[in-house]
Design a protein around this ligand. Structure first.
Ligand code: CAO
Length: 495
């Protein structure tokens, strides 16, 4: 990135006079011609103009970069020391300039309110440059107002027209020593981006944050085409090199590698693919893994088997987990919430309808069991069995699939040790269950030095994925810890 003078462009002011070459549509006004000269650039002579950043007619504000110059040691922008309109450029690309060379003529005219708003910084601090202050140039002649004028430089482009004087600008502006590297000019978020005033204006009109664009111009300068490309990428879902958007997956002709065939995708799978992508892309996901010792619960479940069978049911650990989750959700309202539209609040749901992911041959379906906190284990088992059956035979109605405040996904009947389920956004969390394993646990607790012995325990792996915009990691760990406690001591469910 080029360095930037923060800095002293010399300028000369002329007496107020009438200007006749303003842009079309802007009425003639009284204006003051100001010569912008190359400021003190240290010992450098004949430095090349490598970029011209404004065009005649451009409206610039104080500190907007006008040209870039480049010595064999550094590149730097020369900012405008005044607000006004570029009347004339006095240099071309490749010209050699030295301290005092005239770069441009500006008209410090009275801008309309709209134009002033256009060139004004969008917010305090948007510009990374201080307000102009007197330049510590060597032996400046006294000047009453404004102070610290520097005398006009001689031996540069001839100045035609009215009498002109220098005006004050900030900083020392030594080319080899300048440390500024940005060209902030009133574009919040884009203050460190190099772009002409016209491009900044264009970006503002389109609501583009220049800091998120990628400059393809010389030295990384953002061009109008870059702004247009950024908007195009945003509208079409294309990727920005800076990370915005999602890069499309390239189409690959797999038949180049061997025989292939194309099979239609079931509608459920297509719908759930879209929903899963939407959830994954909208909610920053984190998964908290934990384990619950459900040895007692498993013993109890076995004692219930016969009665369950009489009712035509099979009890699985999932039915107890449903009940325990409803219990813990009552204690953790954020986990049964959704972000309010606009993201400024939470909508907490005081109902306990739980979604349960069901694997069908056509794809994943998530029917909802309502009011879980009011139902017994047998009732939950019967209801889930009915919903799963209807999901697999495609007999669910829309009402069966709506209204969950939290979801569960159990792969425990299949296998695996842990996984990272995707939150069913706008819900904010989902609990995954994996296959329980018998594991040795020290009966003395977590202290290996305490007296005890290893016992075989039934351990259920828990995987809680959550939307990190709503739930913090500490809250997630508290949630799974509490859930593990309730599952380890099923008597809690009676409390
Ligand atoms: N550990 C060990 N065994 C388990 C278990 C666990 N965590 N969970 C269930 N089991 C056992 C059951 O007890 C049952 O054993 P029996 O046949 O001896 O009675 C067997 O595994 C099969 O259970 P199930 O899966 O049929 O029943 P369920 O109530 O546990 O689950 C349902 C019902 C509908 C959730 C399940 O059938 C299903 O579809 N799971 C897949 C969900 C899925 O695909 N999730 C991934 C989505 S990506 O997030």
């Amino acid at each position: 990135m080029p360095k930037r003078l923060t800095a002293t462009g010399w300028m000369q002011r002329g007496p107020i006079r009438e200007s006749r070459d303003l842009r079309i549509g802007v009425e003639e006004r009284l204006a003051q011609e100001i010569l912008i000269r190359v400021p003190d650039i240290g010992d450098f002579e004949a430095v090349e103009v490598v970029e011209i950043l404004v065009a005649p007619g451009d409206v610039v504000q104080v500190e907007d970069p006008l040209v870039s110059i480049e010595s064999d040691k550094a590149t730097m922008e020369i900012p405008s020391p005044v607000a006004g309109r570029v009347h004339e450029l006095r240099v071309s690309l490749g010209d050699s300039v030295s301290e005092g060379s005239v770069l441009a003529v500006l008209l410090a005219e009275e801008l309309s309110d709209a134009e002033q708003a256009e060139v004004a910084p969008e917010s305090e601090g948007a510009s990374s440059f201080p307000a102009p202050s007197p330049a510590p140039s060597p032996a400046p002649p006294p000047a009453p107002s404004p102070p610290a004028f520097k005398p006009p430089h001689t031996g540069t482009s001839p100045v035609s027209g009215a009498e002109r004087v220098d005006a004050p600008v900030a900083g020392t502006g030594a080319l080899g020593a300048s440390s500024g590297s940005s060209s902030g000019s009133g574009d919040s978020g884009g203050a460190a981006v190099h772009a002409s005033p016209g491009v900044r204006r264009y970006a503002r009109q389109l609501g583009v944050d220049l800091a998120r664009t990628s400059g393809s111009g010389p030295l990384g300068r953002v061009l109008e085409t870059d702004v247009t490309g950024h908007v195009h990428a945003a509208m079409t879902g294309g990727a920005s090199p800076n990370g915005g958007g999602v890069p499309p997956v390239p189409d690959v002709d797999f038949s180049r590698f061997g025989p292939v065939r194309e099979e239609p995708l079931a509608k459920i799978r297509r719908v759930s693919a879209r929903n899963l992508s939407r959830s994954w892309l909208n909610a920053p996901h984190v998964t908290q893994h934990d384990e619950a010792d459900i040895t007692e619960l498993e013993a109890f479940r076995r004692t219930c088997k016969a009665e369950a069978a009489q009712r035509g049911l099979k009890l699985s650990p999932l039915h107890f987990v449903l009940k325990a989750v409803a219990r813990v959700l009552a204690e953790f309202p954020d986990f049964r919430s959704s972000l309010a539209p606009g993201g400024e609040g939470l909508i907490v749901k005081d109902y306990f309808h739980l979604g349960v992911a069901v694997d069908t041959e056509n794809g994943l379906v998530v029917p909802v069991i309502r009011d879980v906190e009011t139902k017994g284990i047998f009732e939950l088992a019967g209801e889930l069995s009915d919903l799963a059956e209807r999901a697999r035979t495609r007999k669910l109605g829309p009402a069966d699939l709506q209204g969950a405040c939290f979801s569960l996904s159990s792969l425990g009947g299949i296998g695996g040790t842990a996984f990272t389920p995707i939150v069913n956004v706008p819900e904010v969390a989902i609990l995954g269950l994996s296959k329980l394993r018998v594991q040795p646990r020290w009966s003395g607790g977590n202290d290996p030095l305490s007296p005890g012995e290893f016992e075989g325990r039934a351990v259920l792996p828990l995987s809680l994925s959550y939307d990190h915009r709503v739930i913090d990691g500490a809250a997630a760990a508290r949630f799974t810890t509490r859930l593990a406690t309730v599952l380890a001591h099923p008597g809690h469910l009676l409390l």
